[in-house]
Design a binder for this molecule. Structure first.
Ligand code: 0X9
Ligand code: ZN
Length: 597
């Protein structure tokens, strides 16, 4: 399959060089006045007041494309200016730059082109759409911070057996009691609490860069999708019965409040650095303690968008997340950088960002491969199959040190990924609804299915359909099963793994074998065409329902490829009808009216 590239935005080019910029601007001081209609108000995001603003050209910034001739130039760039996007195909970075930075770019060999549309967008306050009563102004599809917390509380009330809320620490503003502001970092934990056993964990965090509007909402949509489908869809039921899913929907709540007004806020709001400006704060994705500040992938300049903070995990948000991850995942990777996590490691970590359509894995600070690199790549390419994003090692984009994924993998050995979802920070709602949600929910579900063994299961085939001859029968009845198994579902980009032939298929009744329940004996499935010899196969089997109690049952089906790799389970429900004594002493089955209960 050829990866589908997202369409490239059309640029309105108003200048091509620094000289052109000055000629076009025509003067060194730009004075702006407010329009009377608030929707037309234009302000620069680095000025927070409501007064008319006067900006010198030196203070003003533009959103530009910086075309490069050599990828090495991006490495140099990324430690200095925070790239919004790297278009590897066309060889340019999108970034916000002031005059001095544009000058530096041109001296460094970049060709600079101004993106007028994005420059305007980045300096516009949000205003509500006509009739908009909820959501971020102008973006009704994205719940505000307050609404996100409300949703979490409502879900916990509605699904008490499946949802628990965990306060994992405070935002920076909350740690300063004098401010009387700030927020909890709230994790929504999804699992069937009645099934009390050790379970593998998927941890997803979102929008640590607050201007990235879509990730937080995607994490909330994922929670809702899982909860609504529990007990309706066998796969989702299995996921929440045997696994835990932890969602930190708003990883930078203080900053989010600024982003909700239209400011391009990236860092936390820590006022100790670059005091009293909207450039204050530390970039949380450069503040994690693993390889903090090591390699030119962050900035020591307090006002920089990439400011790493004064110390590793200096920020309360970072510390809370690190402490929580350490409490949830055992440390399974030794200190040396080339030490591998065991292939039996459980759990997956996903950090949702925007934008660019990428799936990134460690390392982010060096081009050296991790010792789990083939396995990380395999799951990455598998996830990319679902959302059509480009899978690659993070460092291939540009260097970052002190990032989340390097911490999760480097310190604990957890399979760790950054998703860069969508095509814009302030992503339009129609793209969010029509592409981002439907493309990414299946990727997140697949990630959840692999958490019992993320370094092994993605090598194996997927069960893509299960068809039953009937979904309910009397006890002792037989149900025929046809399943399709597919070992080819990888994004072909950035990897060499071909699909292997399917070798085996089997199913378990009611308990998958790695649950703590006694492992049942698997029922083998046979090749529908007489031989398991290709990468996509149909397999046939039969369930003997003798001895099964009345009510709902689950089957768990999986396949193995010719290299011996088992894929993750896919589950399906079936029902045994209850036997009732009729008036003349005859047993007859009661038919179910509702199979989903
Ligand atoms: O720079 C970041 O923190 C991430 N991009 S974003 O536009 N969402 O800010 C990318 C982090 C991925 N890691 C590396 N590229 N090494
Ligand atoms: Zn980000």
């Amino acid at each position: 399959m050829t990866p589908v590239r997202k369409p490239i935005r059309r640029l309105v080019i108003v200048g091509t060089s620094l000289l052109a910029l000055i000629l076009l601007t025509g003067f060194l001081e730009i004075t702006k006045s407010w329009a009377t209609n608030p929707a037309d108000q234009v302000s620069h995001h680095s000025t927070a007041n409501d007064e008319p603003t006067t900006q010198t050209t030196a203070e003003k910034s533009w959103v530009i494309r910086a075309y490069y001739s050599d990828p090495e130039m991006v490495v140099n760039l990324a430690g200095r200016i925070e790239p919004w996007e790297i278009n590897q195909e066309l060889g340019y970075a999108v970034l916000e730059a002031d005059l001095a930075e544009i000058q530096w770019l041109e001296v460094s060999g970049f060709q600079v082109v101004i993106d007028d549309q994005l420059t305007l967008l980045s300096s516009r306050d949000f205003s509500k759409l006509p009739g908009q009563s909820s959501g971020i102004p102008g973006y009704p599809c994205y719940r505000t911070l307050t609404e996100t917390f409300e949703t979490a509380n409502n879900l916990a009330d509605e699904y008490p057996e499946l949802v628990s809320l965990i306060d994992i620490g405070d935002s920076w503003e909350k740690t300063d009691s004098a401010l009387q502001a700030g927020h909890d970092l709230l994790v929504v934990k999804l699992t069937n609490a009645q099934r009390n056993q050790t379970k593998p964990k998927l941890f997803i965090m979102a929008s640590m860069h607050p201007r990235e509007l879509a990730p937080a909402e995607l994490s909330t949509r994922f929670a809702e999708y899982l909860l609504v489908n529990y007990n309706k869809n066998a796969d989702i039921t299995w996921l929440l019965d045997y696994n835990e899913i932890h969602l930190l929907q708003q990883a930078n709540p203080d900053g989010r409040l600024h982003a909700e007004t239209g400011q391009f806020w990236r860092k936390n709001t820590n006022n100790d650095y670059c005091t009293d400006t909207n450039n204050r704060g530390a970039d949380l994705n450069r503040n994690f303690s693993f390889q903090w500040g090591c390699c030119g992938g962050s900035s020591s300049n307090v006002c920089d968008e990439l400011y790493r903070g004064p110390n590793p995990s200096s920020e309360p948000e970072t510390l809370a997340i690190q402490t929580y991850l350490r409490s949830q995942y055992p440390d399974l990777r030794q200190e040396p950088l080339n030490a591998a996590a065991p292939i039996t490691t459980t759990g997956v970590f996903i950090d949702l960002h925007s934008y660019s359509g990428l799936i990134l894995w460690p390392w982010g600070f060096t081009t050296t491969l991790t010792s789990n690199s083939t396995a990380l790549e395999t799951l990455g390419r598998k996830l990319a199959f679902f959302n059509d994003y480009t899978p690659q090692q993070a460092m291939k984009l540009y260097p970052t040190d002190g990032s989340t994924i390097d911490f999760a993998y480097g310190e604990l050995g957890v399979a760790a990924y950054t998703f860069e979802i969508g095509t814009s920070f302030f992503q339009d709602c129609s793209t969010f609804e029509s592409a981002i949600v439907p493309d990414n929910i299946p990727a997140l579900i697949y990630a959840a299915k692999t958490i019992p063994a993320p370094y092994m299961l993605p090598y194996g085939p997927d069960v893509i359909t299960i068809t039953l001859s009937q979904t309910s029968t009397i006890q002792g009845g037989r149900i025929q099963i046809r399943a399709t198994l597919d070992d080819t579902r990888f994004m072909p980009e950035n990897g060499t793994l071909p699909g292997e032939s399917i070798n085996r298929a089997e199913l378990y009744l009611d308990n998958p074998p790695d649950s703590t329940q006694a492992s049942p004996i698997p029922v083998p499935l046979l090749p529908a065409d007489g031989e398991f010899d290709s990468a996509i196969e149909s397999a046939l089997g039969e369930i003997d329902t003798q001895g099964l109690s009345a009510g709902r049952h689950s089957l768990f089906l999986r396949g193995q490829d010719s290299n011996g790799n088992w894929g993750p389970f896919t589950a399906e429900f079936f029902y045994i009808e209850p036997i009732t004594l009729g008036s003349e002493g005859v047993f007859f089955p009661l038919l179910f009216s509702n199979h989903s209960s």
